[in-house]
Design a binder for this molecule. Structure first.
Ligand code: TUI
Length: 312
């Protein structure tokens, strides 16, 4: 099996079928362009950023990658999702991924502009809806992922989505090395999306405290908070996230109080490394991430390993 020529490499015009997660507050031009220049698809996060900042990020990425493709992730719960949806058209961004909602109402305009659209979905029903709406591929994201998550695991979700749709499926959640990539292909995926491993990339400009938390994390060091608000989120276990989770569990923290306490907490983690009030989003696979290195080395090593496993 040759995993380097799939419908995803062909659709996107990339060397390796790997997408970098569009991590809100984290995925900016240095990481996105390092991944795209290494032969994957780098993404800029359109999560919570003001429109002018995002335009600048897109322009810097274009300068750095030349003719190589890159993308923008639009977090649909973001208050400026409408403006971002227009910005990607104006800036002729080649690929858009979406998260945390249904991008149906933007689809026609994006397709008209020639944008490749890849929604991130946590269920078979949404995958089918996205295929009907004209998506070029879907990212099937398991609950092992960092950040805002669905309920189904990658192991269960990916083969069911692959059976349910004809468009190519990209697996996400719990993948951080060549074994995870090989397994994803065995489950029917034709590409992978990784977030947590790229948190440790040299080009990822998160606060050093955040990077170290990910590198030091072991298998049991992620925790899900926000279940009571309807927006469950996987984070590194810290005093803060443990306090949130136990408050939710024993009913001493109402959903409103939770929202108030966590407002701005991702920015506090990413920019300030604030252990008292920051939400350090990360996937359950953080225990496998051991060192900082260039994104290019990560990608080349992972695909060499995956290809070797699949050739055995
Ligand atoms: O979106 C993500 N991961 C994220 S977004 C984020 S920022 C955030 N900030 C505050 C609260 C919540 C998040 C951090 N991590 N992953 C993709 C993803 N999409 N996971 C789950 C979904 C999803 C959920 C519901 C996709 C579609 C959907 O549709 C519901 C509907 O409208 O039918």
């Amino acid at each position: 099996m040759n995993i380097q020529t799939t419908r995803i490499t062909e659709l996107l015009g990339i060397k390796y079928p790997i997408i970098q997660g569009g991590m809100a507050w984290i995925a900016e031009h240095t990481l996105a362009s390092a991944v795209s220049n290494a032969g994957g698809l780098g993404l800029i996060a359109g999560g919570s950023a003001p429109i002018d900042y995002l335009r600048e990020q897109i322009r810097l990425t274009k300068e750095a990658v030349g003719s190589k493709p890159f993308g923008v992730n639009i977090m649909l719960m973001s208050p400026n999702a409408e403006d971002l949806a227009q910005l990607v058209i104006d800036e002729k961004v080649p690929v858009v991924t979406t998260g945390a909602g249904n991008p149906g109402k933007f689809m026609a305009a994006w397709k008209e502009a020639g944008i490749k659209v890849i929604p991130v979905i946590p269920s078979v029903a949404l995958a089918k809806r996205m295929e009907r709406a004209g998506a070029d591929a879907v990212v099937a994201e398991g609950t092992e992922s960092g950040g805002h998550i669905g309920e189904n695991t990658t192991m269960c979700l990916v083969p069911q989505v692959a059976d349910a749709v004809s468009i190519p499926v990209i697996a996400a959640g719990g993948i951080a090395d060549g074994r995870g990539i090989a397994a994803s292909f065995m489950l029917g995926a034709e590409g992978v999306q990784l977030g947590t491993r790229f948190l440790a990339a040299e080009e990822c400009q998160i606060h050093p405290t955040y990077k170290q938390l990910v590198i030091d994390a072991k298998d049991t060091d992620s925790i899900v908070t926000g279940r009571t608000t309807g927006h469950p989120c996987r984070n590194v276990k810290t005093k803060f996230s443990k306090k949130l989770a136990s408050g939710e569990m024993n009913g001493t923290l109402t959903p409103d109080e939770f929202e108030k306490i966590t407002l701005g907490s991702l920015r506090k983690a990413v920019q300030d490394g604030n252990l008292e009030e920051g939400s350090f989003l990360c996937g359950a696979i953080a225990g496998l991430v051991k060192k900082t290195e260039p994104a290019k080395d990560m990608i080349e090593e992972m695909f060499t390993q995956a290809q070797e496993i699949l050739s055995r």
